[in-house]
Design a protein around this ligand. Structure first.
Ligand code: COA
Length: 383
């Protein structure tokens, strides 16, 4: 196996992008990454696209070929990768594996979702849960995460205010991110008084419905300096699976797939949580900002709420979490999220993150999950 580096990244602005089509959005992201990597489109040998549900959101399947054609990349092989909200993380992992194995040299891993064109996106998102046991019974993602939040509050004394702080910190960071969907600061009272979605989760505890795309170019580490002075090296790329349905787990306050993928990633990278300077976690709902830091090992199980309350995850804290604003405030176009997380870590490690720069960041991590944890993908990246 060869070592792999990321030599270029790009992300469109996330939000309600009425004036950009699905195919233009992903092509814009791809062109941005190609430019950032100082390569030509003709240098690409393969493409992996993370996308959860173009069929339900824009009535388009067979998107890999559509994108290759629209971007002028035919005849290179192009494959869609789907694992709900972890589709982007898996697209990155597939690109990394293709280069590591020696099968391809320069690969683009991208992600895209256009969610705002449908009147009600909730049924489409719910297809990522267990149809027979969850979705058909009326369960939605906000309600699944609400159950996880309630249980965490019950078992560990996590407070409503601590959940709100996850969103407050995300918005603080998003206010410094020109690509974020909701770049405004909010306070705890605003979160606690926002519209109830699924008790105890309110509107400002939830990631939004978003359009957006992101892309990353990977190549063998030994070639990376030919293209850029600041390659970012892939120290680990892992994936783990967990039960799709929540009721099949022995605990709903731990996401086992995260625990397994993180442990494996630290082992492969020969690093520990203390070595990580910043991380992008999958906080689709505020409770997951707390579960993630516990399950990855930054704090003990049950102590995540307190850590957030005490400022550990702030930009100037011990472990800055989601400098981009996270899923909550940067936005969460499902298939694009895993790649956008990697793009943010690449900018952080290159020292290009502007006002949201984590000082001296040398090692970063991404955590992307599908559904309530049926899939988890973790990447550890370093300068
Ligand atoms: N954060 C901040 N503001 C938000 C927001 C969010 N998550 N979602 C919507 N808004 C704002 C809108 O911009 C709009 O503001 P305006 O009135 O000033 O224009 C207002 O709140 C109402 O927006 P609307 O689109 O009508 O909200 P909604 O009630 O239809 O949807 C949620 C809100 C939370 C239900 C929806 O965003 C949602 O389902 N989120 C979860 C997505 C999800 O499950 N993803 C997969 C995770 S596993």
């Amino acid at each position: 196996m060869r070592d792999v580096a990321i030599i270029g990244v790009s992300q469109t602005k996330f939000g309600e992008l009425w004036d950009v089509s699905f195919r233009d959005m992903i092509t814009d992201a791809g062109l941005g990454a190609i430019k950032d990597a100082n390569i030509e489109g003709g240098d690409l040998e393969a493409m992996y696209v993370g996308n959860m549900s173009a069929g339900l959101f824009v009535n388009q399947e067979h998107i890999a070929s559509l994108i290759a054609d629209h971007a002028g990349l035919t005849p290179i092989p192009c494959a869609r990768v789907e694992a709900a909200c972890a589709s982007g993380g898996l697209a990155l992992r597939n690109g990394i594996m293709a280069v590591a194995s020696g099968y391809h040299d320069i690969v683009i891993s991208a992600g895209v979702e256009k969610m705002t064109d449908v009147v009600d996106p909730t049924p489409a998102i719910a297809t990522a849960s267990d149809q027979e046991w969850e979705a058909q019974q009326g369960v939605t993602f906000p309600s699944l995460y609400a159950m996880m939040a309630r249980r965490h509050m019950h078992e560990y004394g996590t407070t409503r205010e601590q959940l709100a702080m996850v969103s407050v910190i995300n918005h603080e960071n998003a206010a410094k991110n020109p690509r974020a969907q909701f770049p405004m600061e909010i306070n705890v009272d605003q979160v606690m008084n926002s519209t109830m979605v699924a008790d105890p989760l309110r509107l400002l505890d939830c990631s939004p419905i978003s359009d957006g795309a992101a892309a990353a170019i990977v190549c063998p580490a030994e070639d990376a300096k030919k293209y850029t002075d600041t390659p970012i090296y892939v120290k680990a790329s892992t994936q783990a699976s967990g039960s799709l349905a929540l009721h099949d787990r022995k605990s709903i306050t731990t996401i086992d797939a995260t625990v397994h993928a993180a442990k494996k990633a630290f082992k492969i990278a020969k690093l520990t949580p203390e070595d990580i300077d910043t991380i992008e976690v999958h906080d689709c709902f505020s409770i997951n900002g707390i579960l993630a830091i516990e399950d990855i090992g930054f704090v003990e199980k049950g102590k995540g709420g307190l850590a957030v309350e005490e400022g550990m995850t702030r930009l100037d804290g011990e472990i800055p979490v989601n400098p981009s604003g996270g899923l909550k405030a940067r936005g969460h176009p499902l298939g694009a999220t895993g790649i956008a997380q990697a793009a943010e870590i690449v900018w952080q490690l290159r020292g290009e993150a502007g006002k949201r720069q984590v000082e001296g960041a040398e090692v970063g991590m991404t955590h992307n999950i599908g559904g309530t944890g049926g899939t988890a993908a973790i990447h550890i990246l370093s300068r």
